[in-house]
Design a protein around this ligand. Structure first.
Ligand code: BGC
Length: 472
């Protein structure tokens, strides 16, 4: 069946993030991060009271990781750099050479094995000293992020051609608004979350502009953000519900992407109006949503070479005063739709058609930019014969192919989350997303390929979806 094939040159990869896999939390000059602080001071926040102190021990086992990646046959590996491992205090006056050496070794090992490195500069492990200055709510972080980005480009940019600046800004903002146990776990909803996002967007843009000015000509790489893109679907079929859902798409996805990818820049108009109206009703004399200056709007607009999206699930929404914590400030709540199964993460319902709708929405909103799916994955309890994970990936890829071939969406690559089971943030080690199983009771953290690893490598080799695996 021709329809099963991906176009030639389509990129396949897998991903991880530093705090979730690396360990070595205080080794060789690494500074403390906000996740070190949260897990050490508040074990009760983490479901199994665990930490990422050792995690998968990737700090020591990176060669084993590359061997697994080679076995999968991926074209690229998306990993994040730990800011406090490179700059222990967050500032660039002291660079930890052991940290630079670690990432040089990893990058060189990948390249020697024919795998392209893709770096995420920030996947949530902020240096604690920067949190002590207010974290992302402090606008000065844009300066420090630019300084950090310069250190990364200067040290690794000769070999790294794919960059994601910041992973899932929306979930970083959650750390300033909702009681989900996301570091720094500060509950200032409607203020801290908007302020944090504002600095994040400016930080992303500053890192992009820096590359453009000082590195791009020589290094010829691509820089993007990786946004969380949940599809929002009204649970009730009515005009009002569709109108609210469409506003929430702008307030959740557009919050990050509109300032960067739209023709006009800035936050979406519907979002600015909604928050201004709410703020007024609440007695504020100014909107709680911060404003960009004209210069900032221009500086942020167009800071992309591709578009990184992380997609897992669809939220089924309805208008409600008691907004869900994940959709605070939007005037809607989301509920589980019993038609769709979940694995071990209750928020992750398997809704493959939502992926196609999302890709079409993005293509339409932002003039069909090249999209790289930077995360897509499913959690279970760690089974080696992980039929549900295989089913998930295949069905989501199938919808992705339809979006490309039937609808003309410009998708250039796909990343399976995750290379291996890891520390799943506030869920600790209770939810497993890996293509490889990790034995967390074994001091050597033995890795074992799951059935999904085999199937994923078959897909990459043949460049098409094996329909025999589709449980249609
Ligand atoms: C994050 C990952 C996380 C995954 C599953 C994404 O939001 O980028 O770090 O493990 O979702 O929850």
């Amino acid at each position: 069946m021709a329809g099963q094939a991906f176009p030639a040159g389509f990129l396949f990869g897998t991903a991880s993030s530093s705090y979730q896999v690396k360990g070595g939390w205080n080794e060789n000059g690494k500074g403390e991060s906000i996740w070190d602080r949260l897990t050490h001071d508040h074990p009760e926040i983490i479901k199994d009271k665990s930490t990422g102190d050792v995690a998968c021990n990737s700090y020591h086992l990176y060669k084993e990781n590359v061997r697994m990646l080679k076995e999968l046959g991926v074209h690229f590996y998306r990993f994040s750099v730990s800011w406090p491992r490179i700059l222990p205090t967050g500032h660039d006056n002291v660079v930890n050479e052991a940290g630079i050496a670690y990432y040089n070794n990893l990058i060189n090992e990948l390249i020697a094995n024919g795998i392209q490195p893709m770096i995420t500069m920030y996947h949530w492990d902020l240096p604690q000293p920067l949190q002590d200055l207010g974290g992302w709510t402090n606008p000065a972080l844009a300066n420090y992020f630019e300084d950090y980005a310069r250190v990364l480009y200067a040290n690794f940019g000769d070999r790294v051609k794919w960059w994601n600046t910041i992973n899932e800004p929306q979930n970083i903002a959650v750390g300033y608004s909702s009681p989900f146990g996301v570091a720094p776990n500060i509950l200032t909803p409607g203020h801290g979350d908007y302020l944090a996002m504002h600095t994040i967007l400016l930080s992303h843009a500053r890192a992009y502009r820096l590359y453009e000015r000082e590195f791009k000509d020589k290094q010829e790489g691509k820089v993007s953000i990786a946004a969380s893109c949940v599809w929002i679907e009204p649970i009730i079929d009515s005009n009002e519900e569709e109108e609210s859902a469409s506003r929430v798409r702008q307030m959740h996805i557009g919050w990050v992407l509109h300032p960067i990818y739209s023709a006009t820049g800035d936050y979406p108009t519907v979002m600015k109006e909604w928050i201004a109206k709410k703020s007024k009703e609440e007695g504020y004399s100014r909107s709680r949503l911060p404003r960009f200056t004209k210069e900032e709007i221009e500086m942020v607009k167009g800071t992309w070479d591709y578009l990184g999206i992380n997609h897992y699930t669809t939220f089924f929404t309805y208008r409600s005063e008691s907004e869900s914590l994940l959709l605070l400030g939007t005037g809607v709540a989301n509920i589980a739709n019993e038609k769709y199964a979940t694995g071990s993460s209750t928020w992750l319902q398997v809704v493959p058609w939502g992926f196609r709708k999302l890709l079409n929405w993005i293509a339409k909103e932002y003039n069909n930019p090249p999209v790289l799916v930077t995360e897509n994955g499913f959690s279970d309890y760690g089974e080696l014969n992980d039929r549900d994970r295989i089913d998930y990936h295949i069905k989501y890829m199938w919808e992705l192919l339809k979006a490309m071939k039937e609808d003309g969406c410009n998708v250039i690559g796909y990343t399976a989350w995750s290379l291996m089971d890891d520390f799943e943030w506030a869920s600790g080690y209770t939810e497993k997303f890996g293509l490889f199983h990790v034995d967390f009771n074994d001091p050597d953290r033995k890795r074992t390929a799951k059935k999904s690893a085999e199937v994923f490598s078959e897909i990459i080799k043949s460049n098409k979806i094996p329909v025999e695996w589709l449980k249609l």
